[in-house]
Design a protein around this ligand. Sequence first.
Ligand code: ZN
Length: 64
Amino acid sequence: MLMQTLFQPKVKCRYCHKTEYVKRHGKGRSGYQRYRCLECRKTFQDKYIYNVYTQSDGAEKGCL
Ligand SMILES: [Zn+2]
């Protein structure tokens, strides 16, 4: 029985772009939903705060 799939949010991981490994990881202090990807072992949040937008390392803009 895979009843957990019903509660699994369809959130795409922003690192590996997979949805089957993303699970809820509680909520942040600001109230936003946090998720954890079991594939990347990284945590990220559903909605970004504007403060994060100012931090651009440019690592995501690779030539892939
Ligand atoms: Zn991932």
